[in-house]
Ligand binder design. Sequence first.
Ligand code: GDP
Length: 334
Amino acid sequence: MVDRHVSVVDDAGEALKKALIGPPGPAQRRALAKTITLLESKRADHRARADELLNALLPHTGKSARIGISGVPGVGKSTFIEALGLLLLERGHRVAVLAIDPSSTVSGGSILGDKTRMERLSSDERAFIRPSPSSGTLGGVTEKTREAMLVCEAAGFDVVIVETVGVGQSETAVAAMTDMFVLLQLPNAGDDLQAIKKGVMELADLVVINKADLDEAAATRARAQITSALRLLGAHAHAGTQVLQLSAVKGTGLVEFWQTVTQFLDRQRERGTMAERRRSQDRAWMWERVESGLHERFKNHPAVRDALPTITEEVRAGRLAAGVAARRLLDLMK
Ligand code: GDP
């Protein structure tokens, strides 16, 4: 019985894998949707199947340019990604856009996810757009997005764009899963300082000032300001972070943008730093997941749950040192 069950699972997984790594078309799209649904399922048997599938797909992954894009709401992310995506499709690329919306992890709401976004790109068969997983911790949402990225790569998408909003920890998460992190800025002073304060500027491999059509002079000023701010950040910033200005709505500067991206990625590839960046991202991610899993197990451990109210109260009342309390709780996990 058990064996038969396993082989049925394997067959289904094998069929999914075949469709995914097969030629683009309706069958591949269906397989893609199905696989991502499987990845996002909360059922343990689905998770097991998804894990098996991911591993089987692994040799077919890694061949895309992984681009992270962030910026505050209204900066023009979806306008920009759509314009860029359409340009890349024209040039024969296959483009996947995945989103991490940090607001969904807190409130179940959405900063990124209205349905009308990127209408033209999403109706094109050669593109794949996946909104942010709609619930879970940021770690959980990031995990699903990372996995969706691998699945898209296996399906032959050679450009994967991961989009997020300029709030919270999601920018760090996106920078930690992409080859190049691009920060979109508005052409007015102040935004750059905000980004620097939040430490986001340090993450950027490229800064793009959008809406340059509104006020070319302001955009040029912002470009100079951000360039010198980056220089001040010095050793912390990536050496030679470039600053570009463009207009997503007019489509000006997009060609230069893509040229800058490909040059950056080619350089990283030649120097071996891309492979190294990916390896260290994987390592860091594994540990992030281990820590998060341990935390979850700790909180759900029956003995810990039983003892927690009393021990917390002892600490609050000053009868038990916090460190001692922690050790006692951890010992209960054995
Ligand atoms: P997002 O919230 O970052 O995804 O921003 P959107 O792409 O939805 O853009 C917000 C608004 O800015 C929309 O009304 C866009 O039409 C507008 N917008 C985006 N890019 C440009 C641009 O390059 N120039 C101008 N003038 N408006 C833009």
